[in-house]
Design a protein around this ligand. Structure first.
Ligand SMILES: O=C(O)c1ccccc1N[C@@H]1O[C@H](COP(=O)(O)O)[C@@H](O)[C@H]1O
Length: 209
């Protein structure tokens, strides 16, 4: 299983994660997040990070804003964590390099499995990956988990990331999922404070995967 570490803000930690062979490095371009990367790193510094899995996380951002940041920071993947619909994503794709992948986040709150399935089916033609996270007013990064059991009621026809309060404690329960995620997406449960990762804990997770 692959690993995405999200909410990175420090170059020395990023370099260490690269040497651990982390598959995806997540940078949050959402100003209201305590992990807003542009408070810590410049676009040029992100561009200079040599890795093929640099993911930019955006929440209801303008298409122009995403296209500019993706180009200047040399991102590989765009993660849409807000309420972006299929028309928005289709339009965005026309303005991004053809090989840039899109992750669409489905925030799971109190929707039924039928409602979630409809949302998934609508998005499929425009995206490369799904990501399931817990719904919240902050959009993400709360450390809250959702009940993974609902995933067993869904048909998930493309690879997906599993997110939302993933921790050393709950990772064992992955075995209850019928369709396994392509990657875990870890964040606040592997931090000492927002944006500062606990590398010791991340190494412990690697031993469990
Ligand atoms: O981390 C944030 O601050 C954040 C803010 C707004 C949107 C997404 C955000 N992070 C993403 O949320 C998931 C879940 O994080 P957690 O494990 O519950 O802390 C994370 O993987 C990021 O992709």
């Amino acid at each position: 299983m692959k690993l995405k570490v999200c909410g990175l803000t420090k170059i020395d930690q990023i370099q260490e994660l690269i040497s651990l062979k982390v598959d995806f490095l997540g940078f949050i371009f959402y100003e209201k997040s305590p992990r807003y990367v542009l408070n810590h790193l410049t676009l040029k510094e992100i561009a200079e990070i040599s890795h093929t899995g640099k993911v930019g996380v955006f929440v209801n951002e303008s298409i122009k804003g995403i296209v500019e940041i993706a180009s200047e920071a040399q991102l590989d993947i765009i993660q849409l964590h807000g309420d972006e619909n299929e028309n928005y994503i289709a339009n965005l794709k026309t303005q991004l390099p053809f090989n840039m992948d899109i992750i669409k986040v489905i925030r799971i709150g109190n929707q039924t499995a039928g409602e979630l399935q409809k949302t998934i089916n609508h998005q499929l033609s425009t995206i490369n990956y799904l990501l399931f996270d817990t719904d919240s007013k902050a959009f993400g990064g709360t450390g809250e988990t959702f009940d993974w059991e609902i995933l067993n009621e869904l048909e998930i026809p493309i690879p997906y990331f599993l997110s939302g309060g993933i921790s050393l404690e709950n990772v064992q329960q992955l075995s209850t999922l019928n369709t396994q995620p392509i990657s875990l997406d870890i964040n606040s449960k592997f931090e000492t404070e927002p944006g500062i990762k606990d590398l010791k804990k991340i190494k412990q997770l690697y031993e469990k995967l």
